[in-house]
Design a protein around this ligand. Structure first.
Ligand SMILES: Cc1cc2nc3c(=O)[nH]c(=O)nc-3n(C[C@H](O)[C@H](O)[C@H](O)COP(=O)(O)OP(=O)(O)OC[C@H]3O[C@@H](n4cnc5c(N)ncnc54)[C@H](O)[C@@H]3O)c2cc1C
Length: 265
């Protein structure tokens, strides 16, 4: 397997944090590569334009942070959510498993571009080892053996048949990169579902990293974004984990990684 630096490279998190050895395999790289300029003020001006004789061009210049916060809170509390669709965010998510991206692309109000297994050589065995497998010697040995075998067959097959057919033997664990663009409304929805402890560990880690990045550039729009338990009772009902996140104390990267491995926070 390709080795990687044991760091979390997400800008929203502390970078360069040395991690325990197994965490090298729980590597998710999230980068906010572009976003609507002034996302908070754009959405606030758009909201205000619904109730004003003035147009958003004039309102935008006159919108202070306090006014933007009041305006966004007001329209959101009324369920007038389309105003936050004016802010777009483009993320690059790299070195994650195909198991993660399969879940991610179920979120339909988005644009995606994913690394192709037809055009990009998959000859290097690059894959994600789930922390619980990496932590268990026997499980890790069985897992690694299966990966080695999958890639051995892949290399043999790709000498005889097109890559698009050889790739059928590659596993869910296979590394991939994906670029995605979502508006703030869809990001709220994604964070509600995927920051939740009921979401799978890898996509949960990705979602919290994305939330940290989104908050950095649009603190007003994302001030209440996060798992369902941030806004009251757990929406998961009988499936609730019973351990609501504390909005006043968002989880650290260490806590999220420890959760991924099944350890207590
Ligand atoms: C913990 C967890 C477990 C899951 N388990 C499974 C599983 O076992 N099997 C499985 O198949 N999936 C599973 N999913 C995926 C889930 O069912 C959704 O497909 C995924 O979360 C995308 O969310 P969404 O459909 O609400 O919204 P998105 O696609 O993100 O769309 C956002 C919103 O837009 C609206 N919308 C979008 N498209 C339509 C449409 N065609 N018609 C009407 N309204 C629309 C809806 O209001 C929707 O909520 C799971 C998700 C989670 C978080």
């Amino acid at each position: 397997m390709m080795s990687r630096e044991p760091v979390i490279p997400c800008k929203g998190f502390r970078t360069g944090t040395p991690l325990a050895a197994w965490r090298v395999d729980a590597f998710v790289k999230v980068t906010l590569i572009n976003h609507t300029e002034n996302p908070d003020r754009i959405c606030a001006a758009a909201a205000q334009s619904c109730y004003s004789e003035k147009g958003a061009s004039e309102l935008f210049d006159a919108t202070s942070n306090d006014r933007a916060r009041n305006m966004i809170d007001k329209v959101v509390s009324m369920g007038h959510l389309s105003v936050v669709e004016h802010a777009h965010f483009t993320f690059s998510v790299e070195g994650v498993s195909r198991a993660l991206t399969h879940q991610l692309v179920r979120h339909r109000i988005a644009s995606y571009s994913q690394q192709s297994q037809r055009y990009v050589s998959m000859e290097k065995a690059e894959y994600v080892i789930p922390p619980k497998i990496a932590d268990d010697e026997m499980a890790k040995a069985a897992f690694t053996k299966a990966m080695d075998e999958a890639w051995r067959v892949y290399r043999d097959l790709s000498k005889a048949v097109p890559k698009e057919d050889a790739r059928y033997v590659l596993p869910n664990a296979c590394h991939t990169n994906i670029t995605l663009t979502m508006n703030a409304r869809e990001l709220w929805h994604l964070f509600r579902l995927r920051c939740c402890r009921r979401a799978q560990w890898e996509i949960r880690l990705m979602a919290w990293m994305m939330l940290a990045e989104a908050k950095r550039v649009a603190p007003i729009l994302f001030s209440n974004a996060g798992p369902g338990c941030y806004r009251g009772a757990c929406p998961e009902g009988d499936y609730s984990c019973g351990r609501p996140y504390d909005k006043a104390k968002p989880p650290t990267e260490q806590a999220l990684l420890a959760e991924s491995a099944g350890a207590d926070e």
